[in-house]
Design a protein around this ligand. Structure first.
Ligand code: SF4
Length: 261
């Protein structure tokens, strides 16, 4: 199955519908969920995988997603609540419709004292879906040297081009497996995270558990392991492999199919 076909399959699973009313632009851009609040981390989020804007445009927010989309945590629980989905959509609409206005708003908001010395997690869900959007985050990071930014990303190719040659010193990232570019990652060189069926499985493979703090994903030892969310469907689909294992299996099967045609 090609990536395009695979993505269509995933899109059906997400079943995103555009709202039937005006989506208001958010006045505050950074939020805190209960887990990140405990660690004093602030958060910026987009819809997972894709979303339809009120004008009907479909924006792919995780263009390099692979098998991760099948068990994406943002398809379950509180992420499905109408207010949550609309808030994520409003964030995306701001970025897509007025990127420079959004960058200015984020730059202004980050001047507040409460963010100085703090961490901002870029994306609870979603990813750096375009060069322009990623470049805006890099400029924001350079403008706020006292704020630290971090992200999980599957945008390996984009980061190789735009970030790796000259990253801002306060901008941290970890490549998470389960995406289109897994095969381009090198565990000996790149900081990598994978999803395991259990915490025991992380230890058995000799990877480093980030359970104690989400920040360990970028400040602790690499490679980083995290246990699969306790969502029955996700646990069942993942089975006893990691997300990276699953992606490798899938890539191998796709290559075999291509060779046999
Ligand atoms: S990249 Fe993250 S948010 Fe996007 S589909 Fe994959 S798991 Fe979900």
């Amino acid at each position: 199955m090609s990536f395009e076909l695979n993505l269509h399959f995933q899109l059906d699973l997400f079943d995103q519908k555009p709202p039937d009313h005006v989506v208001e632009r958010p006045s505050k851009l950074l939020t805190q969920n209960s887990q990140l609040r405990q660690e004093g981390i602030w958060n910026w989020t987009l819809p997972a995988l894709y979303a339809k804007l009120p004008d009907g445009r479909k924006i792919i927010t995780c263009p390099s997603a692979g098998k991760c989309a099948v068990i994406c945590y943002a398809r379950f629980g509180a992420y499905r609540f109408r207010q949550v989905r609309e808030r994520h959509l409003a964030n995306l609409a701001f970025v897509v419709e007025d990127l420079s206005g959004w960058e200015q708003a984020m730059t202004t908001e980050l001047r507040a004292r409460r963010f100085q010395g703090k961490w901002i997690r870029i994306h609870d869900s979603g990813d750096f879906f375009s060069d322009d959007y990623l470049s805006a985050w890099l400029r924001i990071s350079r403008t706020h040297p006292k704020v630290k930014f971090y992200a999980y990303t599957k945008e390996v190719e984009r980061f190789r081009r735009l970030v790796e040659p000259n990253p801002p010193p306060n901008f941290f990232w970890v490549y998470s497996l389960g995406g289109k570019y897994d095969a381009d990652l090198d565990v000996a060189v790149d900081r990598i995270a994978d999803v395991f069926p259990t915490r025991e499985a992380i230890r058995e493979r000799g990877w480093h558990d980030q359970e104690a703090s989400d920040l360990l994903s970028v400040t602790g030892a690499s490679p980083v392991g995290m246990a699969c969310n306790r969502i029955p469907t996700a646990i069942r689909r993942l089975g006893d492999r990691t997300l990276g294992d699953w992606q490798r299996e899938s890539d191998r099967k796709a290559a075999d199919r291509k060779r046999s045609t």
